[in-house]
Design a protein around this ligand. Structure first.
Ligand code: ADP
Ligand code: MG
Length: 505
């Protein structure tokens, strides 16, 4: 009996020991794996780093590239496109105008009425719709017929307010968020598609004429009178409200900027034919490139798999279309290199399955258990991850978005530097009073990424203060303009009409 008891006790001890050994081994393995994840996170943070010195080098590089792009066609990756916009709206415009805005994700149609002073601006109607994904790789005919039919519906519901009762043709600005070589305020040719668009049969075609043709085929009483880049629309809207506005930046599906330049600095344009001595230049900054950009293996893979590889490198680090996909790639890599996310989810391998609005929802999740993060991960096929893994995901969102916002701030500072408004008055010539003399400078900002993602805005502001210094940054006002691109294009059209009317007198 005694021997049996001893044997049983010994067996129990052996079992307990092996269970303990297994548990310890598991814990050691888990710790080792977690240490690996911490290592991966550290690598991630390092490769996405944007220290101030590097941002300053980028500011310089942007100002230099702007200059090169103004000197000669093809002189820089920055196209620095002429817009033929020399006078910006100032509030005195009158009349009823329309705009149709084709963005990267949405199209909008608006009607505005202007009564001759700023306070009388009335947005009478505005419609905003998602662009059907089937359009992205359709044909020019399908795209423009779709836009014309949307216009037709918009106009049909006008009813009694209809402008046609006044027996004048409707004047419409076409706000177009893709690079165009303009030949006048009302005409231009597509240079290339970006942001996932790949519509065939567009090469060499005049964009405004394409829309006018589709509108005419439907017998609509509309004159496509201006072709306006979305950044230029935003600048017009900003300037209408505040004449200190000298640049505009869009942070939406993609990213781009424009600014007001002296015509004598636009060396590649021999005969600028402007009366104001300045012209708005569409930078197409999405294509900016510098060896100083913190390019990671995730950016390289994203670019290689995109429709427009080796193109739009800056946009692919900043644009709302891409941030979600960078975060997805990081999560996928981490789940391949460790098992902290459980079995590898096939959903995670689907390009663009994680949208940037989900990134901001996870990043700004303030519930103690990170419920939003858990829900979004579940949709990605990654259920039941522990809190510390959810925190890791928030950190990934932070790293990717912080880099984007800081690069965006470097871009804005590059424009200010080119215009001599960054507080540096040429090396060695800085006087203490110069900073006090800095003129107030307003930059209009528009786009869903900026307006909906608080952390992006905060990081951008912080980086601007870092780069410019508090004194100069105080003089730089970043003004958010909701729907500014669309409304501003209509205002610009109105202002070009009033110029024409006055010069005809
Ligand atoms: P478009 O680019 O068509 O002019 P928007 O300026 O509205 O349209 O930008 C839409 C883009 O903004 C979306 O593709 C998305 O990337 C980004 N976005 C929209 N909502 C959010 C959000 N809540 N958080 C982060 N990004 C967002
Ligand atoms: Mg837009």
């Amino acid at each position: 009996m005694g021997r049996v008891l001893v044997m049983l006790t010994a067996a129990a001890a052996v079992v307990a020991c092996s269970v303990a050994t297994v548990m310890v081994r598991r814990r050691v393995r888990r710790r080792r794996k977690w240490r690996k994840v911490v290592g991966l996170l550290k690598d991630l943070e390092e490769s996405f780093e944007t220290p101030l010195g590097r941002l300053r080098q980028m500011v310089d590089a942007i100002a230099v590239e702007m200059q090169a792009g103004l000197v000669s066609e093809g002189g820089s990756k920055l196209k620095m496109l002429l817009t033929f916009v020399d006078d910006l709206p100032n509030g005195s415009e009158r009349g009823t105008y329309y705009a149709l805005h084709l963005g990267g994700s949405y199209f909008r149609i608006i009607r505005v009425h202007l009564g001759g002073q700023r306070s009388s601006l009335e947005v009478q109607d505005i419609e905003r719709h998602s662009i059907p994904t089937s359009l992205l790789n359709s044909t020019s005919e399908v795209l423009f017929d779709f836009l014309a039919s949307s216009l037709q519906r918009f106009i049909e519901k006008e009813g009694h307010e209809s402008i046609s009762s006044q027996d004048v043709k409707r004047e419409l600005a076409f706000t177009f968020s893709f690079p165009v070589k303009q030949t006048s305020l009302s005409s231009g040719v597509l240079i290339k598609w970006t942001k996932g668009f790949a519509i065939s049969e567009m090469a060499g075609e005049d964009i405004a004429e394409c829309l006018q043709g589709a509108v005419d085929r439907r017998g609509l009483d509309i004159h496509v009178a201006a072709l306006v880049n979305d950044t230029v629309g935003a600048l017009s809207y900003g300037h209408y409200h505040d004449p200190d506005t000298i640049a505009a930046v869009v942070f939406g599906t993609g990213s781009n900027a424009c600014y007001l330049e002296r015509t004598d600095a636009i060396i590649k344009c021999q005969n600028p034919r402007t009366t104001s001595g300045s012209m708005v230049v569409n930078m197409e900054w999405g294509n900016f490139w510098s060896s100083r950009l913190p390019r990671t293996s995730y950016d390289i893979e994203l670019d290689a798999e995109s429709l427009n590889s080796n193109d739009m490198g800056f946009e692919k680090m900043i644009g709302g279309m891409y941030l979600g996909d960078i975060v997805r790639r990081v999560i996928l890599r981490m789940s391949q290199e460790s098992d902290i996310f459980g079995p590898i989810s096939p959903i995670l391998s689907t390009p663009f399955v994680l949208r940037t609005n989900s990134v901001s929802a996870m990043h700004e999740d303030d519930t103690p258990e990170l419920h939003e993060v858990a829900t979004i991960l579940k949709h990605l096929g990654v259920p039941n991850v522990p809190l510390k893994v959810r925190k890791l995901v928030v950190k990934i969102c932070d790293v990717v978005t912080r880099r984007a916002a800081r690069l965006a701030a470097a871009g804005i500072s590059g424009i200010l530097k080119k215009l001599g408004r960054d507080g540096s008055v040429g090396e060695g010539r800085r006087r203490s009073s110069d900073k006090q003399m800095m003129r107030r400078t307003v930059v209009a900002v528009e786009g869903g990424l900026y307006s909906n993602y608080r952390m992006f805005r905060e990081y951008l502001d912080e980086a601007l203060r870092d780069i410019l210094g508090e004194d100069v940054a105080r003089q730089v006002v970043i003004k958010a303009m909701e729907d500014g691109s669309s409304i501003g294009s209509a205002l610009l059209l109105a202002s070009s009409h009033s110029v024409r009317t006055i010069s005809n007198i």
